[in-house]
Design a protein around this ligand. Structure first.
Ligand SMILES: Cc1ncc(COP(=O)(O)O)c(C=O)c1O
Length: 377
């Protein structure tokens, strides 16, 4: 079986973890936590890194820190993981959805302005499958309407965006924009700590609040005295030790991902019936996963196509299902009668291929040939 993704722990991971065990620093304090936070914040050109237990809790921490009041709205793409909407709903907010860009599958930034109301407090762009969202229009809207931006960069470690903001024309890493950026370090991410996440910000006050919230709102001067309700979203030193071992390999990790995408595109580009991933001129994608959308002319949806690949020993994953199509939110009375045609189409027709850091050119050829065979049968 060719797996959809496998972690690649080829550096100092074992050495660092052994150090944690020998020294006894196995809980949520220790030098690797400090190093991981500092090094990842520096990599993303941010002031403060706050390690958390996963990407879902990272988003929760970020939205919590905005201090939303009931009815406050946060604009987000419908096409994403539920963690984004969950963070908003669990912190008093109301998610307001936007359809996807048909070529990039990220939030269609041309439809954000029309969703802004007097209740809007933030925009949550999500860099889908490693390709950055077009951030400049969102940064302009945020400035004009005094909105926070929470950037979900879970799938876009090290991806870059060329901003023209304030005529700067500079390349910036995903995770360097807005009030907060959030990362996941789940096992299939470019950097993985097994489970894990991080929130980045340049705001000292918000960083302090985030730290307090993820640690049960313990507060000085008296431990076990609480003025607010927090959570235990702490990352362990052992997990951070894995992350530290990988940050130093970021250039190699990105090179491997971009090579993988180039190989797949080279093999698949002649095929009609597939919409392959693209890279805008203003973007450097890290191709978290090599994803494509089947056209209707293939007569297959992603379920059937995945099953056919599975029969040939190839694992895949289907695309997200839009938030407006989730029964749990419909039962809550959210997104009633809302339609997002692009997200609906790609949810049914999109899937991603084996894309992990251990993938070989032989495996890419095997997968590509299997795709070709299925399309021509
Ligand atoms: C875009 C995005 N945001 C958030 C998350 C949540 O991260 P985690 O699985 O670490 O909770 C994921 C997970 O894959 C994701 O893809």
């Amino acid at each position: 079986m060719i797996p959809v993704s496998e972690p690649f722990l080829c550096g100092k991971e074992l050495e660092n973890i052994t150090d944690c065990i020998k020294s006894g620093w196995i809980s949520s304090a220790g030098k690797y936590i400090d190093q991981f936070e500092e090094q990842w914040a520096t990599y993303c050109n941010r002031q403060y890194g706050i390690a958390v237990s996963n990407g879902t809790t990272a988003l929760d921490v970020a939205v919590h820190c905005l201090g939303l009041k009931p009815g406050d709205e946060v604009i987000m793409p419908t096409f994403t993981i539920i963690s984004c909407a969950l963070a908003i709903v669990n912190n008093n907010g109301t998610p307001v959805l936007v359809d996807s860009d048909p070529k990039l599958w990220t939030m269609d930034v041309d439809h954000v302005a029309e969703k802004i109301t007097s209740k809007t407090k933030a925009i949550m762009p999500v860099h889908i499958y490693g390709h950055p969202v077009d951030m400049d229009p969102l940064l302009d809207l945020a400035e004009d309407h005094n909105l926070a931006i929470i950037e979900d960069a879970a799938e876009a470690h090290g991806a870059e965006y060329q901003t023209q903001c304030h005529s700067s024309n500079t390349w910036r890493r995903c995770g360097s924009f807005g009030t907060f950026s959030c990362f996941s370090f789940y096992a299939n991410k470019l950097i993985t700590t097994g489970e894990g996440g991080m929130v980045l910000t340049d705001d000292e006050v918000l960083a302090k609040k985030a730290r307090a919230y993820l640690n049960l709102y313990f507060q000085p001067p008296r431990r076990f005295y609480h003025e607010s309700l927090g959570n235990n979203f702490r990352l362990t030193n052992i997990q951070a030790a894995l992350g530290v071992a990988q940050i130093e390999r970021m250039d190699d990790i990105i090179t491997k991902k971009r090579w993988m995408a180039q190989e797949y595109s080279h093999q698949l580009e002649e095929l009609s019936g597939l919409q392959l991933p693209i890279e805008e001129q203003w973007a450097k994608s890290v191709y978290w996963m090599y994803a494509f959308v089947l056209s209707e002319e293939t007569g297959m949806d992603n379920t059937e196509f995945s099953l056919r690949l599975l029969e040939k020993g190839i694992e895949t994953r289907p695309f997200f299902i839009g938030m407006h199509e989730q029964p749990v939110f419909q039962k809550m009375g959210l997104f009633k009668d809302e339609k997002y045609p692009i997200a609906e189409r790609i949810a049914g027709q999109g899937l991603y291929l084996p894309s992990g850091l251990t993938i070989t050119s032989e495996q890419i050829a095997t997968v590509s040939n299997a795709v070709k065979e299925i399309l021509s049968s």
